[in-house]
Structure formats: structure tokens, C-alpha cells
Design a protein around this ligand. Sequence first.
Ligand code: ATP
Ligand code: MG
Length: 590
Amino acid sequence: MSTPNVPNPPAANFIKNIVEADLAADKYAPRRWAGQPGAAADHAAAPPDAAKIRTRFPPEPNGYLHFGHAKSILLNFGLAEQFGGRCHLRFDDTNPEKEEQEYVDSIIDAVHWLGCSWEKDGETNLYYASNYFDWMAAFAETLIRTGHAYVDSQSADEMRANRGTLTEAGKDSPFRSRSIEENLDLFTRMKAGEFPDGTHILRAKIDMTAPNINLRDPAIYRIRHATHHNTGDKWCVYPMYTFAHPIEDALENITHSICTLEFEDQRPFYDWLLERLAENGLLQRPLPQQIEFSRLNLTYIVLSKRKLIQLVEEKHVEGWDDPRLPTLVGARRRGYTPAGFRLFAERIGVSKNDSLIDYAELENCMRDTMNESDARRIAVLDPVKLIITNYPQGQSEECFAPNHPQNLDLGKRVVPFSRELWIEREDFMEVPSKGYHRLSPGNMVRLRYGYVVKCTGCEKDADGRITAVLCEYLPETKSGTPGADSVKVKGNLHWVSATHAYAAEVRLYDRLFKEAAPGSGGRDFLDDINPESKVVITAQLEPALKEAKPEERFQFERHGYFVADRVDSKPGAPVFNRAVTLKDSWGKTG
Ligand code: ATP
Ligand code: MG
């Protein structure tokens, strides 16, 4: 898929520069690859790794992916693609309690939808971290044997108290000096299920006075009597994330382990751990390097998992795929495009600076990609009748509308014209304001792709509400005929033949929050929900739209981009969602 309008040069991406420098220095050339993840011994006899670099996207399968994840996915898969590497999809499922198959499936769908693939040149790099538990436990044991880990039996409160603070050093645990034999025995019994949860914990033995609290003997294995979705009841000890993650990277030959900035303080432990394992011959060198970038934050939306769960569970939205949510399933249902996300990722770049991106930037990227790809159709969203009093009753004729004004290869289609049409209510004013060039008594406009008509008046009901606009057409002015230009007019209106129209449910989605920073200034973020984020109308659509397939998207002329809903559309009866308006209505002047 093409990516239009990428700024030239594209926005800075400092990680790309690191990769380029590493490749130029052949830094990762010595790595071998056994065709699957493994320890040093597994890779030793294998040929050199054909992948120049390896990156990974490592979601925890405990929720739906959101726009922030899209940035990470496109960065990791994009680097691999650009530099002759591979990107792994790795489910970080080391926590036994939270993972569910539903999330695994939805993550796979979302990564595919974004156009990324973990299958390349005969390799299928889809992994589950829980398959590495044997290695992790063995590595922990090596740390014990080499004096780099010990079993602590303090209570959680004692451990917290002895950890110290940012300004105060921590204190050694009374169990820190246990012998290697005792530690091995206790760890074996932890694994065997002899102890209840929380009674013992395995800790790395580093330095309780380290200025970086993450180096004050971090926990690496805890007791958890829980059934794991993959390994069942085989284990009752589970590795901590900060221990598991570097090992997962190393086993998979990852070269550039890219994560968000909050892990910066973990990097010293990441390096310490892998160094200890490599110096004992367990992991091959060169070791992976962790690189942090700033996470994506957007105005007018929330990306926090906790808040997203609250929105769904308290039914402020209609499920994880609600088109107003910043989830990728929501974006897909909304009609957002993978190409739009890619363009957005290119435009915002990758840096270490905390960035809050205006939601309008994302919308602009969507518009730009949709403008190129989407066929045009006609829809009247707020219909009022237009009656052409000099057009014969019961007659109709064909008009031709191009499917795309800039891409004539997309051809044209027939739109039927007849005596009674639907037009937008706002396209008529009985008493026109200054500069109003649409329909008003005595004024002439062109009915786009049809005729020039002259307004003769309107009909109203007892309350004074306009029920029909009346006009006469000029038969010699049909678009595409030699007389089309004989009468010059300023207005150019869209319309749909009333007898042929398809009356459809259309959902006008807008931003979920009305405040740029939901919940700022001490407000509850829920109070900032935009009450007009979903408005359901019945619109009059040109007949061709009746055949729209789920997920087919169009520009409704003058209105914006709309997609046939992939859930609620029935064959021959699609329902449409507004993805984005034609222009930004949230801008400072709007
Ligand atoms: P959790 O709080 O459960 O850890 P998470 O959003 O970090 O939530 P993960 O499944 O751990 O979820 O994330 C997978 C990857 O996506 C990680 O590498 C993480 O750094 C990245 N990621 C998550 N949120 C963002 C974001 N807002 N911007 C960029 N990358 C993100
Ligand atoms: Mg995370």
C-alpha cells in the first residue's frame, strides 16, 4: 500500500539512526540462529543469522491493542522490513492470571490488519514467552550457583521498608547471606510447591545501596499457585517481568529491544542480567540492546488501559470495538485505514521527548489516505424534498457521476434523476443570508451531474417547517451535454432521487471527549465525554450504496468518509459509520 504525503525529509527517528550505525559497524553480524529461539548452546552450531536485525512486538495478552501499540508495531515491523531483518510477535504471557485467548486472537488480527507479518522467508516468528519457562528457571538457578541470586524470606512489608527511597539507601535483608546450597534447596522447594504464595521470593543479589532502586536486589521469581493457560499446573513459581523480558529477547536473538521510556531505569538491570548469563555461557553474544522511546499520547482520547476498561465495563461505549474508542478494533470499525496509521507514524517520528499529539493530526492522516483511495458517493444526511415542477411525473433518466475526480480510471456510475429529489435542508433558505449561493426563491443552482434549476418557492406545514422546496429545471443544461455551460451559476448541490434512494442508518461519530485533556484540572474524565460523539440518523443515499460490502469505504461528497459497518450491515442493507469529516471542525477557529 502506498503512503502518500510523507514529509520530505520524514520526521526524525533516532532508533533508525542507531540501527544504521550498528549495521555499518557489523555489530550483530556474529550472531547465529538455530531457526528458533534458544540459549547459546542451541545457536552455537547454527549458521549465521540471515536476519540483519531482529526486533519484536511483545504485547501482554491482557487487553485490546490501542493507537499507542500501533506506533510500536509499525516501528518494530517497519525497522525489520527496512533493514533486511525480522520482527517477532511475542506474547508476553508470563503472568498466569491475566491472559486470555480472546486477547491473543484480537492482537493477531490487529497486527495483520496493520499490514505487518511475522512470517518472512520461511520463518514464522510468532512466540509465547511462557514456552521459555524452563530456560528461565534454569537461568535463575545459575544465578544462584554463581552467587548472584538468593531466596529472601522477609515479608512484603519488610522488603518494602528495607528497599530505601530515592534519597536513602536500602538495607540488606537478613537472608541475603544465605549459602548457595541453602538458596538452591529453597528454590527447588519453591518450585516443588512446598510454600504458600508470598512466603519466599528469589532476588538478584546486586546492591542495596545502588542509587537506581531497580538495582536494589530486584525480585526475579515469585511463588504463585495459579494455573497458566499454556503450561497448566506445571509451575507454581513465575518469573517477574523485568527478569523474563531480557531473557525472552536474548533467546530470540533480538538485536534492538525497543520499549517505552518508563523502562529507562530498568535498562541497567536488563544489561546486568544478560551479562551475568552470557559470562556463564548461557546466552550468545552480542547481547540485545534496549532502546527507549516516548510513548504516543493524543489529545481528546485516553490510552490508559485502566480508563479504557472503565469506559467499556461501565458501558460509556458499546464494547471494545466501539468506533469511538482508540482501540485498533474500534479504528477498523470506524473505517480508519492502516495506511493512515502508517502515514501518521511517519509524520510524528520517534524520539525521547514526551509528546502530546493533536488528534487532528491523526485525522488528517486518515483523510489524506482516504482522499486518495476512496470512491465518491452521494448522501443526503438531513433530507428535504426538492420538487421539479416542470419535470414529468413518473419519468426518470440517467446522470453520470465520476467515482473519483482525480482518478478517472475508477470510472463513473449512473445516478438516476427524477421529478422528486432529496437535498440537504441547509441547501435552501427562504430568506438568503448575504453570500448564500444555494437555493432561495429566484436563485439558480446546478444539481451536480444533473441540471441547472431555478428555485420557485417552498411548501410548509402548519408549524411553518419547510416540507418541500420547489423549482423548475432548464432542460438544455444537463451536465456533460453541449448546453451544460450555457447558464452560469454559483451553487452546486448534491441530491438523490427520492424514488430511487436508499434510506439507511448512518452513525455520525465524533471525538469521544470534548476536552483536549480528558480529566485534567481535577475533573473526572468521564465528565468530559462528548455527548454528541455518536449521533444516529436516517440518511438518503444514492442507490449504488445499497450494494456496499462491510468495510467498504466511500467519500460522501461534501460530508466526509464513511464505511459500511462490519458488524451491523446486512447484505443489501449496509449501515454506515462516519470515519472522519472532510474538514477539521475542532480547529481553534472552528
Ligand atoms: P500494560 O499496562 O498492561 O503493560 P501496555 O500498554 O504497556 O500495558 P503491553 O502489552 O505491555 O501493554 O504493550 C506492548 C508494547 O506496546 C510495549 O512494547 C509497549 O512499550 C508498547 N506501547 C504500549 N503503549 C504504548 C504507547 N502509548 N505508545 C507507544 N508504544 C506503546
Ligand atoms: Mg506493558
